[in-house]
Design a protein. Structure first.
Length: 279
């Protein structure tokens, strides 16, 4: 299975256009999108902004890709910038056969591989969002509050860190409950592992990845782990890959105006892996 993987497009028309060009040129069997796919939208009205983008723009792009590459399967995992209501919109598209939506509870089997996705990240220093969790029990609460989806009210609701994280499991808790899929399997985790070549930010003197994700990968040993979230790490460390045991971990990074992606054969990822920055 030939795979194209990219992440953190954040609704950029330029990056999506470049991805279409890459898919046309490479004709992979699957494109996997690793989270933070859409613009943030209005926190008071995520349905009228981010969900509207999913339905009016993103899914139209998906249909075009499948015209360009008829055998293409479009696989979506979520990130911390997605809203729960956007997940629901993608789930409806999944049920209609338009995309595949990965999550941590329902393994998806394709071409001899099982895939699982996990969207959540430790808190970021900007604003609190639906798919952010404390990484491990005992972690300090962040200072910044934010907005989460309120299904009863049908809108975004402002929350404090204590309100949100006090009722949510940690990343470690959620990963511990994930099913153990049959080998070989691919894990799409938006957060990169802590203290790796994949989790470094400029002007931050410490790694910013997830300790819980690192421990999970070390213990479960998926064949391939696809990450995003930290856009600049590959440029800072000089590497878009790392190894945790036998697990090959990949974060292609992302740039403004220049698509970063990887291409590989899932059966021989180390031998076939290519990193591309759109020229």
């Amino acid at each position: 299975m030939q795979i194209c993987y990219t992440s953190d497009l954040h609704g950029s028309a330029t990056l999506y256009d470049q991805l279409a060009d890459l898919l046309r040129a490479e004709t992979p069997d699957a494109v996997i999108l690793g989270g933070d796919l859409f613009n943030d939208g209005d926190p008071r009205d995520p349905v009228g902004t981010q969900v509207a983008y999913v339905e009016r723009d993103f899914l139209k792009r998906v249909a075009l890709w499948r015209e360009l590459v008829p055998r293409l399967t479009v696989v979506c995992a979520l990130g911390n910038h997605e809203w729960v209501c956007s997940r629901d919109a993608l789930r409806a598209a999944h049920e209609a056969g338009r995309v595949v939506l990965l999550d941590q509870d329902r393994p998806w089997r394709h071409a001899g591989f099982t895939l699982l996705g996990y969207p959540c990240t430790p808190p970021t220093p900007h604003w609190l969002k639906d798919f952010e969790r404390l990484d491990q029990a005992g972690d300090a609460l962040p200072q910044a509050g934010g907005f989460v989806w309120d299904a009863r009210q049908g809108c975004g609701r402002e929350v404090t860190p204590a309100q949100h994280f006090g009722q949510m499991p940690t990343v470690a808790d959620e990963l511990a409950r994930m099913p153990v899929p049959p080998a070989p399997w691919i894990f799409v985790a938006h957060a990169p592992p802590h203290d790796s070549k994949l989790d470094r930010l400029p002007h931050v003197p410490y790694p910013v990845g997830s300790r819980a994700v690192r421990r999970f990968v070390e213990q479960r040993q998926p064949a391939i782990v696809l990450h995003g979230h930290v856009h600049e790490s590959a440029e800072l460390t000089g590497s878009y890959t790392d190894r945790l045991g036998q697990a090959l971990c990949i974060n292609p990074g992302q740039r403004d105006g220049q698509l970063c992606a990887v291409l590989f054969d899932a059966a021989r990822p180390a031998e076939t892996l290519r990193h591309t920055v759109y020229k």
